[in-house]
Design a protein around this ligand. Structure first.
Ligand code: ZN
Length: 191
């Protein structure tokens, strides 16, 4: 298995990874249950951003959302990260890392009212499939940003994967696939 995708990791990504690792390991005893690790990561990221809340939500994305497994919604009061609920924990970690890099780098998508609608849909469990499709189509569309975000997701998966107390049995397959996709990136995949 090759970690070739990590060759291009820049100093800023390594620094963020080191900072988040330190913050998480101070907050919880590792290894820990995956939801605890994810929550600690979001809290650590929130602290970097002057306490602006980062809310983590898990939902099923509709199949029509072009394979989307994660989204970042930038609303007025908070950031919301949505992860595909059916993923193995270690795959979720990679997707969470991907979205956290979008947050860190300020890769804003012009979602306008769609972000607010999505927030309401997430709260009420209504209209979520339709809104997820709309937002997925507008997110993850800038290729250079996607390559950077995916690289950070893979870095997080490789750095913190062992911190998950119940690693998924498909870990190697999931991560290897994402590395392969990252290396052979051929346009927006919406993941
Ligand atoms: Zn992305």
């Amino acid at each position: 298995m090759s970690w070739g995708a990590l060759r291009g990791v820049g100093r800023d990504q390594r620094k963020l990874m080191a900072d988040l690792s330190t913050a998480v390991s101070r907050r919880i005893d590792i290894p820990a249950d995956p939801p605890l690790v994810f929550q600690a990561l979001c809290l650590a990221m929130s602290e970097r951003r002057s306490g602006r809340p980062i809310v983590l939500v898990e939902r099923a994305f509709p199949e029509e959302a072009s394979g989307t497994t994660g989204l970042w919604l930038d609303t007025k009061e908070q950031d919301i990260i949505v992860l595909e609920e059916s993923l193995e924990p270690d795959h979720k970690l990679v997707v969470l890392g991907h979205e956290l890099w979008h947050v860190e780098a300020g890769h804003r998508h012009d979602l306008g009212g769609a972000a607010v609608a999505a927030r309401a849909a997430l709260a009420g469990h209504q209209d979520w499939p339709e809104i997820a499709r709309t937002i997925a189509a507008r997110s993850h569309s800038h290729q250079a940003d996607e390559v950077d975000a995916e690289r950070f997701g893979i870095l997080m998966g490789s750095s913190m994967g062992r911190w998950l107390a119940t690693p998924g049995t498909r870990r190697l397959d999931d991560v290897a696939r994402r590395i392969g996709e990252s290396l052979g990136y051929s346009g927006p995949q919406g993941n």
